[in-house]
Each structure stands twice: as C-alpha cells, then as structure tokens.
Design a protein around this ligand. Structure first.
Ligand code: OAD
Length: 241
C-alpha cells in the first residue's frame, strides 16, 4: 500500500508551534505581505530576518510530538510490508525529521536552511540570519534568506508530488486548513483519480466536504490511532478495496 500524507501546521501545534489561521495564529497577528514575500525582503530585510529568526528559535526549542512519531513509524512499517509512505509537508519546521521520518518532502521549504539570493546556494543553517551573514559559497553578504517559499513564489518538488499523489492508494491530509494552493487542491486531484481520501484535523477544514472519511480531534491522538489502524492491518475505511 502506498499512502500519500500531506501535513500542515496543525501537526506541530501540540509541539508549541503556532498555526497560521487559527485564533491567535501567525497570520492573524502579523501581515504576511510585510514578512513573507520577496518584495518585503527587498524592502525591509531586517524586519523579515527578525521574524524568521524568532520562528527559527521557536522550532529549535520545540520537540516532535506523538503525531510526528507515529508518521515515522508508518514510514518504517509500510516499507517493511513492501509499501511506501510519501510524506509531503507544508511545514518549514524539522519536527518530522527529528521524529525519525527519513524521506520528507518540504513543499514550502525549510526554516533550518538558508539560501543565497546572489548565487542560489542553499545550506543547512539553524542559526540566526542577518544582513551581515556571508554566503559560504560566493562570500556575498546581505543576500542570505531563509530557504522557505514566500507568497508569490512557486512551491517546491511539484512534479514529484504530483506523481506520488497519482500513484497513491490513500490520500490523508493532517492538520491543514485547505486555504493555500496548490496543497489545498490535492484532495480534489486524488478524488478525481479515484483515490480514497481522509482528513485528520481538530475541526473540519475549508475542503472538508471533499474527503471520504474524517477523524476530528487533536493530532497527537488521531494520527497514532490512524497509524495503528493501518499497521494493525485492521479495517481501513478509506482504503481502496
Ligand atoms: P493553517 O494555520 O492554515 O491551518 C492549521 C490547521 O491545523 C487548521 O485546519 C486547524 O484546525 C488544524 N489544527 C490546529 N491544531 C491542531 C491539532 N492539535 N491537531 C490537528 N489539527 C490541528 O496552516 P496550514 O494549513 O499549514 O505557507 O497553512 C498552509 C500554509 O499557509 C503554510 O504552509 C504557510 C501558510 O501561509 C507558507 O508560508 C508558504
């Protein structure tokens, strides 16, 4: 069995990382157009760096939770049975990796990497970035940016993601509001291909009506339950016959 899992900020919420659109969420407190666009970085680089340095510190201090751990178990368990997990995340944190997931596709980039706007080189970078940070590849200062996807930029790995989605036996969306495309369109694409779809979320998302089955509850409870169901080889209500 091949399972395509899409995760969003909700899976990291119980690790203490804020979501974007829930009450008190990041985009309710901060204007993304001033902090998460290439234009904002060109205009106010210090402000953008300060915002991402704060988020990076938050990620460093956070620990993976039971939902991240369950998906790492699912990856190993499916592989042992000749199947595969394709784990696609919109999250820029590294909690899936720290929980033990080996193959994680970060479609919105990674906060713990920095990219040079001059030469394009990307490298791991868990420390604060600033205008004085030099690119280790070309030496230029001032152009290092968080290696994340900003509004107006193209998400990453879309071809591999599309291929994996089309080949899946089950599509599962975990902790995502269904507000941001192209990820919000994956459920419709899966449906069109006849692939069963399941939503795991605290509450119905914007695209809830498109899912065949749903489990509404905190990710730390619902994701381990889902993984136990799959690996226990019990009845899976959303899987292909
Ligand atoms: P949102 O903040 O839009 O949605 C978070 C979702 O998580 C909501 O549907 C909540 O109901 C759910 N949620 C909250 N706590 C939960 C919990 N404990 N267990 C399960 N679910 C929970 O976050 P995303 O959908 O990830 O993009 O946002 C998508 C993209 O919008 C982000 O990747 C980011 C943002 O702009 C970029 O930065 C490019």
């Amino acid at each position: 069995m091949t399972i395509f899992v899409l995760t969003g900020a909700g899976i990291s919420a119980e690790s203490g990382l804020g979501t974007f659109r829930d009450p008190g969420g990041l985009w309710r407190r901060f204007d993304p157009m001033r902090l998460a666009t290439p234009e904002a970085f060109a205009r106010e680089p210090e402000e953008v760096h300060a915002f991402y340095n704060l988020r990076r510190r938050g990620v460093r201090e956070a620990e993976p939770n039971a939902a991240h751990a369950a998906l790492a178990r699912l990856e190993a368990g499916l592989a042992a049975r000749g199947g595969r997990l394709f784990l696609c995340t919109q999250n820029v944190d590294d909690l899936h990796e720290r929980a033990g997931s080996r193959a994680v596709v970060h479609m919105h980039g990674e906060l713990m990497r920095a990219r040079c706007t001059a030469c394009g080189a990307s490298r791991p970078s868990a420390e604060d970035l600033g205008l004085g940070t030099a690119c280790p590849a070309c030496g230029r200062r001032g152009g290092m940016r968080p290696d994340v996807v900003w509004f107006g930029e193209m998400p990453l790995h879309l071809e591999a993601i599309g291929d994996a989605l089309d080949a899946a036996d089950l599509f599962v969306a975990i902790g995502t509001s269904g507000a941001v495309y192209p990820a919000a369109g994956f459920v419709a694409r899966a449906r069109a291909a006849g692939i069963p779809t399941r939503e795991i979320n605290l509450a119905p998302s914007d695209t809830a009506g498109l899912f065949d089955t749903a489990d509404y509850g905190p990710a730390t409870r619902a994701v381990p339950d889902f993984v136990a169901e799959i690996l226990g080889e019990g009845p899976v209500s959303g899987s292909r016959p």
